[in-house]
Structure formats: structure tokens, C-alpha cells
Design a protein around this ligand. Structure first.
Ligand code: NGS
Length: 280
């Protein structure tokens, strides 16, 4: 366990301001990148293993940014290049965790986010805020704050692909911020959704059934989505959704069985390569 948040660099006495100085609307660079180009960028000398800690002031929150991942290296480079400077301007302490599914089953976004959370808190027990983030979503405005409030916050509200309209009222896909204790209270996400669709709606239902509402700050929550081929929708998703809140007690963080195959520490991220078995 590295100790980047507790090192000797003075973190200043006073708390960081709630409203840091930001740029507002941002230019979006979606051109393909080489790793060497991104590493050359001087994001900060304090960036290591995808972890960054403030030195000017005491950060208000420690964010575990969790990216469910498979076969999207070109997107990962564009995403990391874009997101690091934003998170640093927003004055957070944060760690970026890429969780790569090694088994060949259909992609399981929920299980990957759960695994990312469990491994992240093993890495640093002081993460107070979980941010789940699809790798293809680029924030267009840095006033869209990546932090946790008492109720979960949806980040990817207005996406270029949908002409900057919310998909539907209960949509909670893309990226969102949930306090760690709330994420544990709802037993994380379901591990049962293999293939495209539904796991984000199930998360919404879990939160709702525990009395949480979803917060959105619509004007600044604008995103550019990177292009990719669409996955096939999973036929099982509607049945799973119907039984979702009843299943939530025993399908989630407490029922995960997985193997951590490797941990890769890069300047820009920590990557967990994991495998898990599909039951039935
Ligand atoms: C819904 C899916 C969600 C998905 C959303 C937006 O229909 O998982 O579309 O998809 N729910 C079900 O299938 C039950 S998107 O347009 O981003 O591809 O997130």
C-alpha cells in the first residue's frame, strides 16, 4: 500500500476553497494519442500511480475514480489526457483506477465497478467518494464538480450523442459520484448484469429504495462521448431489473468472487486486471 496521501509534502493548513478557480467551457481534444505524448505533459510532479494529492491546501474529499474497462486503450489515453488537469484544478485528492475484465464473458460493468471500489479502498482506506466513470465520456466544462454530496450526483447529464438532452428522468449511466458509505449501504452494484444495459438502472433503483435522490447540475454537466461500436443489448436485463431491489441484499459487494490477476502502476493510472466467473 503506497502512502501518497500521507507523505511528507506539506499539504497546507487550510481547507481548499469550495469554489476553486476554473476555466468553464473547455476545448475537447479527441485526436488519437501515444502514451509517450501524454506522459510528457506536465500534469504535475505530484502525480504518481494515477494518484494526486493537493499541496497548496487541504483537499475536502478523496475521490476513487473507477473506470470499468476492456479493449479501449485509445479512449483511455484521450480520457486521461483530458481528466487529470480538470481534477487537479478542482483541488481534489484522487486516485484513478482502471479495472480491466480479463474473462471473455460479456462485459460486466457493475462487477468491475464493485471490484474497483474494493481494491481502491484496500489501496487507500481514506477514499470518501466513489466516482464511477465510463472511459468514453469527456466533460466539456470544469465547473461540473467531481465531488460527493449527501445524495448521489449524476455527472453525465447532457451528452452530445443525445443532443445534450437527458436520456430519461431516471438515467444514471455514464458517470456519477456516490459517497463511499452510501455505496456500501446499498451493497454496491449488481454483479448479475452481463452485456449491455440495465445495470445503471438497477443502481438507480437501489439508491431510490434506500431513500436517496439523484442530484444533477444540468447546465454544466455536458459531455462529449467518444465513438465506438455499439454492443448487443442483453435480453436478460429486464428480468434482472424487475427483481433488482429484492436481490440487492445478496447481489453486490458482499457476493463478489473475483481474482486479481495483476496490478499495474503507471504514472497516470493504477490498473487492476481481474477475472470472475459467470454463474449458471
Ligand atoms: C437504457 C438502458 C441503460 C442505458 C441507457 C442509455 O435503455 O442501461 O439506455 O444508453 N437500460 C436498459 O436497457 C434497461 S445509451 O444511449 O447511452 O447507449 O444506459
Amino acid at each position: 500500500v503506497s502512502n501518497v496521501f500521507k507523505n511528507d509534502v506539506s499539504s497546507g493548513e487550510s481547507l481548499c476553497p469550495c469554489m476553486p478557480s476554473l476555466k468553464g467551457r473547455l476545448a475537447i481534444d479527441t485526436t488519437p494519442k501515444y502514451w509517450s505524448d501524454i506522459r510528457k505533459e506536465d500534469f504535475s510532479i505530484h502525480l504518481k500511480n494515477g494518484h494526486f494529492w493537493q499541496t497548496q491546501c487541504r483537499a475536502r474529499q478523496h475521490l476513487a475514480i473507477i473506470i470499468p474497462f476492456r479493449d479501449r486503450e485509445s479512449h483511455l489515453k484521450i480520457f486521461l489526457n483530458h481528466i487529470h488537469p480538470i481534477l487537479q484544478r478542482q483541488l481534489h485528492n484522487y486516485g484513478i483506477y482502471v479495472v480491466e475484465q480479463a474473462n471473455n464473458d460479456e462485459f460486466n460493468r457493475g462487477a468491475l465497478i464493485n471490484i474497483g471500489y474494493l481494491e481502491a479502498i484496500k489501496d487507500h482506506s481514506d477514499y470518501s467518494c466513489v466516482i464511477f466513470h465510463d472511459v468514453d465520456m469527456l466533460p466539456e466544462d470544469d465547473r461540473n464538480l467531481y465531488n460527493c454530496l449527501d445524495h448521489p450526483k449524476h455527472l453525465t447529464v447532457l451528452i452530445n450523442k443525445s443532443n445534450y438532452r437527458l436520456y430519461y428522468r431516471t438515467y444514471f449511466g455514464g458517470a456519477g459520484a456516490i459517497k463511499s458509505d452510501v455505496f456500501e449501504e446499498i451493497n454496491g452494484m449488481s454483479n448479475s448484469f452481463y452485456g449491455w444495459g440495465g445495470e445503471d438502472d438497477d443502481l438507480y433503483n437501489r439508491l431510490k429504495s434506500h431513500g436517496y435522490k439523484i442530484l444533477r447540475s444540468s447546465k454544466v454537466s455536458r459531455y462529449t462521448m467518444l465513438n465506438h461500436t455499439e454492443a448487443d443489448a442483453a435480453p436478460s436485463r429486464f428480468n434482472l431489473l424487475r427483481m433488482g431491489t429484492r436481490r440487492s441484499k445478496y447481489d453486490g459487494l458482499n457476493s463478489l468472487r473475483y481474482k486479481l490477476l495483476s496490478t499495474k502502476r503507471d504514472k497516470l493510472y493504477t490498473k487492476f486486471r481481474v477475472t470472475f466467473k459467470k454463474s449458471n
